[in-house]
Design a protein around this ligand. Sequence first.
Ligand SMILES: [Zn+2]
Ligand SMILES: [Zn+2]
Length: 183
Amino acid sequence: MKPSFKLTNKGRGLIKCVNCHKIRIIYSESRLNSDERTKLSDIKQTIHFCCGDDLIPDDAEYDILREKKVCADKRRNCKSPVETLVYKLKKSLVCVACCGPVSEDISEKFKETKTKFSTVLPNCEDEKCLKFMFGIDKGPYKGWICKRPKKQSNKEIINEKKRRHEGAKQRMNQAKKRKKEYN
Ligand SMILES: [Zn+2]
Ligand SMILES: [Zn+2]
């Protein structure tokens, strides 16, 4: 079931699934105050959250969180890859399939790929993680999600034109010079 509000910019925190160990996002319609944040962290410490579960227990003491529509996206199950927002909220790279850390090499590959695509979710490239992403992966690398190719910025296009123009000018001057030398 889809949350009843638009999720864009509504990520408030993270929670780990006890089954697949992937990190999922906690959303709420409006920002939480410090009381609500405390209640939420109590829940995070006490429940055994699994992808697709209700996040907020039925107890009346959590009514305020229900009013704020605090939830996880129940459409995500353990077979769903890690979402882009996890990288942003966590501020570190994780594997799109197992949520584990990625190697130095993969980090480098990520940095390079990020110059070409706006959305890049790396894969630790473990056999099981490549298998997990089979049919879900997009882009140039097996098991990765690389979406929304970046367009060259205007400045880059202008610089390239300039470079080409300079090159042509140089070649022309050289040709002229050679012609002079022959004459
Ligand atoms: Zn799970
Ligand atoms: Zn992995």
